[in-house]
Design a protein. Sequence first.
Length: 113
Amino acid sequence: QVQLVESGGGLVQPGGSLRLSCAASGFTFSMYVMNWYRQAPGKERELVAAITRSGGSTNYRDSVKGRFTISRDNAKNTLYLQMNSLKPEDTAVYYCNRGGTLWGQGTQVTVSS
């Protein structure tokens, strides 16, 4: 079964850190560019970060540059998003994505004191 399953979300105070994981199955993970998106209440879904098939190149939206790091382990079929210095405006459901068409179920990240 082709699927993406996110984990690692939760409630964290401003300035804290979280590490999201996305377990991929049912396809050759290493053959695809992978992305993290997020969607805050009342807002459109937005691209947060992307990583090439080998992991050699990454891209980030401006608001998370220097705070978030996307990475992947092709041997474990897993995508990661390390989030540091979290801000309340980072509160959203975070989604793992393959190629703009395959989505995980999402994991909630709430940044609040």
